[in-house]
Write a protein that binds this ligand. Structure first.
Ligand code: FMN
Length: 320
């Protein structure tokens, strides 16, 4: 499929996850086969007020291409200005977040709150499209709640206002992240627009990725939580799509090697002090399912320096 003139293979891509999909994790997923990346969401107001932290979120490197940066907000002109500023980081695509359920984001009218105001959402998309030379995409949900499911109407409005593609997460805002996603809404959106549709929600294996393609007809599958501690999901999907074969699960040695490299990069990009604090959750995810997982998880939470990770994983290699 194409987003503007960017061609993406029908494999799978990493979903944006604030606090998780930083440069280190995006690079690891890219190397494993994620065909496309989206940065962590950044506030349009933070950007236009020149907050350093917001800018940190938007940096992209050439190896991550094609990559989108994602912005949120509720004011069309501030969003357009923020998109223009975001272009100084040279993203390939600007993605607008209209799906985030966090009260902090919704309170100001941004994220999924825009699903309650489709005309305003359309205006935001139109102004952002007008402001930047790259394709603009929109990520949203099934609706605000079960009484106001409007993803189909919403997708049509985004298309009419110039969106080059849409991503749909098959849950309402009120559902946050559970129970299971409704893939029939992804199919309904796909059938109602001519721009590409990226399907998202609960894909956690090669089999469920194929099932989402078959059941929804979507153009690309996006994977979030199932990639945490498990970037191999992209390699397995990529390999299956190219060969029809299912790869064996990664060995303990492979999992340890990728965890170490992932954390090494977090420390390289953020410094060891901040990096190791952020690495703790990733380590706990990678170590899920290992012998003695509960104690490993607890010890992951106590990692202070990179050498602690090396010692912990040396023990794992001896034990497994
Ligand atoms: C910790 C976390 C952070 C997230 N942050 C973002 C974000 O910054 N932008 C966004 O569009 N979606 C965000 N999401 C939603 C995911 O992109 C995705 O839509 C959702 O997790 C459903 O996909 P999954 O079932 O594959 O996890 C986040 C989800 C999680 C769990």
């Amino acid at each position: 499929m194409n987003i503007g003139n960017i061609v993406l293979p029908k494999t799978a891509c990493l979903a944006p996850m604030a606090g998780v999909t930083d440069r280190a994790f995006r690079e690891i997923c890219k190397e494993m086969g994620s065909c496309y990346l989206v940065g962590e969401l950044a506030s349009s107001k933070g950007l236009t007020y020149g907050q350093g932290k917001t800018k940190e979120l938007l940096g992209v490197t050439d190896m991550e291409r094609p990559i989108a940066v994602q912005i949120f907000g509720d004011d069309p002109l501030i969003m357009a200005k923020a998109a223009e500023l975001a272009m100084t980081f040279s993203p390939d695509i600007i993605d607008i977040n209209m799906g985030c359920p966090a009260p902090k984001v919704n309170k100001s009218g941004g994220g999924s709150a825009l699903m309650k105001n489709p005309p305003l959402a359309g205006e935001i998309t139109r102004e952002v499209v007008r402001a930047v030379p790259v394709p603009v995409t929109v990520k949203f949900r099934k609706g605000w709640d079960e009484n106001s499911v409007n993803a189909v109407e919403f997708a049509k409005i985004m298309e009419a206002n110039g969106a080059a593609a849409v991503t749909i997460h098959g849950r309402t805002r009120q559902q946050f992240y559970a129970p299971s996603a409704d893939w029939s809404i992804i199919k309904a959106v796909k059938e109602s627009v001519s721009i590409p549709v990226i399907g998202n929600g609960d894909v956690n294996s090669v089999e469920s990725c194929i099932a989402m393609y078959e059941q929804t007809g979507c153009d690309l599958v996006m994977i979030g939580r199932a990639a945490q501690g498990n970037p191999w999901i992209f390699k397995r999907i990529d390999h299956y799509m190219k060969t029809g074969e299912i790869l064996p699960a990664p060995t303990v040695e492979e999992r340890v090697a990728v965890l170490r490299e992932h954390v090494r990069r977090i420390c390289e990009y953020k410094g060891e002090h901040t990096g190791m604090r952020e690495a703790r959750k990733h380590a706990a995810w990678y170590l899920k399912g290992f012998n003695g997982a509960a104690s490993l998880r607890r010890r992951s939470g106590e990692l202070m320096v990179y050498d602690d990770l090396i010692r912990l994983t040396d023990e794992i290699l001896e034990l497994q």
